[in-house]
Design a protein around this ligand. Structure first.
Ligand SMILES: C[S@@+](CC[C@H](N)C(=O)[O-])C[C@H]1O[C@@H](n2cnc3c(N)ncnc32)[C@H](O)[C@@H]1O
Length: 306
């Protein structure tokens, strides 16, 4: 690239990772869209361009980088630095719980800590000796949580829903990527409104939950994510509240709702003070994930819908 402001000199894959990482560190970038550090981003960028798995071996690290690969790495690196665009959008894909997902700027970049709970088959909240029959991932975006649930619970049928057609197109690509067309069905639905009348054993929800007043304070990287995936009214609870108030109608008797509201957890707890929220501790980080039983959701509906 003739007029490039970043010039990579690396000869090997490992040198490329080190050089890209060092370059990222020199710029005021924000890490938090699935990859948590300059080194992680460098490893994913380089391995993606070189067609390698991100956890390549030391022996692979000694492989030569071609001229084409070096200029592609340089190009992506420049865009990351100049546009402050999250790496996942530049690569068109990302990884959550070890699985790959297509992404574009119509979907939030997958990073929900609910993935950790799905990895653990939602134990102890969902009994280990029972297979859920129906699962719903509401506000699905890329489809990541529903797809992870379908991979984990192989007997279950999974509905995934969003009210953005462009997001559902990405989700459909991911369903195909994971060969789950037989068990995962996308729906265009405003929260629960256009869903089939079903009783789900598990409802997963990562709705938008950032108060709109926080928009100006977010790092530039967030400006590339769709606003409707992030913001939910003045207190951040607009969609979470709808989910809470209506979940019991869509849950089976023994069903559970697992919902992420991040830093809006306090506001949610204050809004529904008299109710029993179980806030989960997460080993891989993240906060504001609660689990509610169908019975608790029913109480919430009864006491809060006039
Ligand atoms: C925070 S993103 C979560 C995406 C995905 N579940 C994840 O964890 O990466 C929230 C999603 O909710 C969708 N959404 C916002 N308002 C909605 C509504 N009223 N009904 C259904 N989906 C909605 C947005 O389009 C966005 O895809």
């Amino acid at each position: 690239m003739a007029d490039s402001f970043i010039l990579l000199r690396c000869a090997t894959i490992q040198q490329a990772v080190d050089e890209v990482s060092a370059c990222l560190q020199k710029h005021p970038l924000y890490y938090g869209h699935g990859l948590e550090s300059p080194l992680d981003e460098a490893a994913y960028l380089v391995s993606f361009v070189a067609g390698l798995p991100p956890d390549f071996s030391a022996q692979t690290g000694r492989k030569k980088v071609s001229e084409d690969q070096r200029s592609r790495m340089q190009e992506i690196l420049e865009q990351r630095v100049l546009l402050r665009k999250p790496l996942a959008y530049l690569l068109g894909r990302t990884w959550l719980a070890g699985q790959q997902f297509f992404v574009n700027e119509h979907v939030l970049i997958p990073r929900s800590p609910i993935a950790e709970l799905i990895d653990a088959r939602l134990a102890p909240w969902w009994p280990s000796d029972r297979d859920p029959q129906w699962i719903l991932d509401v506000c699905t975006g890329s489809g990541c949580l529903g797809i992870l649930a379908a991979r984990q619970f192989q007997q279950a049928r999974v509905d995934i829903s969003d009210n953005e057609a462009a997001a559902l197109e990405v989700a459909a690509r991911n369903i195909t990527l994971h060969c789950l067309e037989q068990r995962v069905t996308p729906y265009n639905s405003d929260v629960f409104h256009q869903l089939p009348p079903r009783q789900y054993d598990i409802i997963l929800a990562n709705p938008p939950y950032v108060p709109v007043c926080e928009q100006p304070d977010l790092p530039s990287e967030y400006r590339h994510e769709p606003a409707q995936a992030l913001f939910a009214g003045e207190d951040g609870l607009e969609i979470a509240e709808q989910i809470l108030l209506n979940a019991s109608e869509y849950l089976s008797h023994q069903g559970i709702l697992v919902m992420e509201v991040g830093q809006s957890a306090l506001a949610l707890q204050q809004r529904f003070q008299q109710h029993n929220f179980i806030w989960l501790e997460l080993e891989r980080g993240g906060e504001g994930v609660c689990v509610l039983t169908c019975a608790e959701c029913r109480r919430i509906a009864k006491q809060n819908i006039s």
